[in-house]
Each structure stands twice: as C-alpha cells, then as structure tokens.
Design a protein around this ligand. Structure first.
Ligand code: HEC
Ligand code: HEC
Length: 215
C-alpha cells in the first residue's frame, strides 16, 4: 500500500506502533526501546528495593501517579538529575506508565505506625513527630503519614528509603535543583532545616525499616 496516497492508512500504522503496550517487566530488567532508557533494575534493584548505600531510591510500592510525574519532571529538568534526566527523556509515555504501574503493585516494607502523639526524643524524631512550629515547619508525619509510610499520590513514603537518598533530596530542595513539588511545600520545609537536622531526620526515617537502614 502506498502510504503517501493513503495518508490515513499511514497514520493508523504509526498510531498502532506508538500505542503498542510496553512490557513492564522487560523495560524494568532490560530497558526501554531506546538505548538511553537503561534497565531500571541495574540501579533500583531486582525487585525495586533500591540500593541504600548508593543512594538509589526504592521504587517498589510508591504511587504510580507520583512516579510518572517524577519521570516527566526529570525529563523536563524541573527535577534536575543527570542520571535520571537522560533515562526519563528516552522512555516513551507507554513505557513510563507500564513500569510505574508494575512497581506500584509491589509491596512496601512493613512498619509499625508511629504518629504525632507518640513520645519523641532527639532532633530527628522531634522534627518527624512534632515539627518546629516556631519556624513554621510542620511535623513530617502530618503530610507523609504515620512513620512516613506515604499518603496517596502526592506524599511519597520516607520509610523504606535510605538516609543517603532522603538527605540528598532535602539538600536538592535547598539548592533549588529539585523544584517540582506542588506549592513549594517541600521547598519551604527543606530550606528551614539545618545540616544537622537533615542528617538526624533522614537517619530517623531510614532507621524505621531494615531496607532503609540496610547496607
Ligand atoms: C544508573 C542508575 C539508574 C538507572 C538505570 C535508573 N535510575 Fe531511577 N534513579 C536513579 C537515581 C540516582 C535517582 C535519584 C535522583 C535524584 O537524586 O533526584 C533515581 C530516581 C528515580 C525516581 C524517583 C523516585 C522518588 O522517590 O522520587 C524514579 C520514579 C525512577 N528513578 C525511575 C526509574 C525507572 C523507571 C528506570 C528505568 C527505566 C530508572 N529509574 C533507571 C538512578 C537510576
Ligand atoms: C506540607 C506537607 C509536607 C510536609 C510537612 C513535609 N513534606 Fe516532604 N514532601 C511533601 C510533598 C508534597 C512531597 C512530594 C514532592 C513532589 O511532588 O515531588 C514530599 C517529598 C519529600 C521527599 C522526597 C521523597 C522521594 O521519594 O523523593 C522527602 C525526602 C521529604 N519529603 C522529606 C520530608 C521531611 C524530612 C519532612 C519533615 C521535616 C517533610 N518531608 C515534611 C510534603 C510535605
């Protein structure tokens, strides 16, 4: 068939190619169709558990909507990261959707739920459970849920992530390299924290799970 004489037929062929369902397991373990969309498993672990020592975040059990938005923000540079930018830019929308949905269905680590009424000791736990209201910093659990297990599509889990990863994100907000959050909610919180507070609160949430404290 001559696609130039039959423009509609040509268009239909292109559409059927571009909407072909991506195989999420293949994208995750082997990479996307474009070579720059490197295999996620290399850095995020065989089961999406992350690599604590390297600061590669856990993806298993995160909201699919949250992850797709992060991928779009990496691609656009709103969340600046040299590694993830080229990977996210090379993923097709179908691949990003498929792999995020698959990862969201994996289990999160089991954590005892510690809320804002629990006793708080030390810098990290006090910030997590009480905040620093004299500086307009709400307690982390008020948005991220008890023990920072995450709430819905907007508030990602802190429990299950490593101290390295958590503190790198707080520093990224302070430095303005991550500025993709709605209404600058996290930017406001992070800019109010001292270096010692970042270390302490990151260690607190990482220490709630074996995965976060691991390696
Ligand atoms: C070479 C290592 C590497 C590979 C391969 C990789 N990532 Fe990442 N990923 C990272 C790093 C490092 C970060 C943290 C970036 C930052 O500090 O902002 C990250 C962050 C993310 C985040 C944000 C998580 C959060 O909690 O906000 C998502 C989502 C993500 N990656 C998805 C993927 C997907 C999907 C793939 C495969 C197509 C992939 N990554 C491949 C290193 C990698
Ligand atoms: C007012 C609500 C709010 C409060 C309070 C809050 N956060 Fe957040 N936090 C958010 C939102 C929203 C995001 C997701 C930003 C995005 O969409 O990229 C986030 C994301 C994060 C991330 C990135 C997680 C990831 O997977 O990349 C870290 C780390 C974090 N918050 C730590 C903290 C800590 C520590 C505290 C307490 C000192 C805290 N947050 C208090 C709203 C809040």
């Amino acid at each position: 068939m001559n696609v130039f004489r039959w423009p509609l037929a040509g268009l239909l062929i292109m559409l059927s190619v571009s909407t072909q369902a991506a195989d999420p397991a293949a994208v995750y373990s082997k990479g996307g169709a474009k070579p720059a969309a490197m295999a996620c498993a290399t850095c995020h672990g065989a089961e999406g558990e992350g690599m604590a020592a390297a600061g590669f975040p856990r993806l298993a059990g995160l909201s699919a909507v949250y992850m797709q938005r992060q991928l779009a923000d990496f691609a656009s540079g709103e969340r600046a990261n040299p590694i993830m930018q080229s990977i996210a830019a090379a993923l097709s929308l179908e691949e990003a959707h498929a792999v995020s949905t698959m990862l969201a269905n994996k289990p999160q680590p089991d954590v005892e739920r510690i809320g804002r009424t629990a006793a708080a000791q030390g810098i990290g736990e006090t910030l997590a459970l009480r905040g620093a209201w004299e500086r307009n910093i709400p307690e982390c659990v008020s948005c991220h849920g008890p023990s920072g297990v995450g709430v819905g599509d907007s508030f990602p889990p802190l429990a299950g992530q490593s101290a390295q990863y958590l503190s790198s994100q707080l520093i990224a907000w302070q430095q303005g390299t991550r500025r993709n959050d709605p209404n600058d909610l996290m930017g406001h919180v992070a800019r109010g924290l001292t270096e010692d507070e970042i270390k302490a609160v990151s260690a607190y949430f990482a220490g709630l799970t074996e995965a976060g404290a691991g390696q």
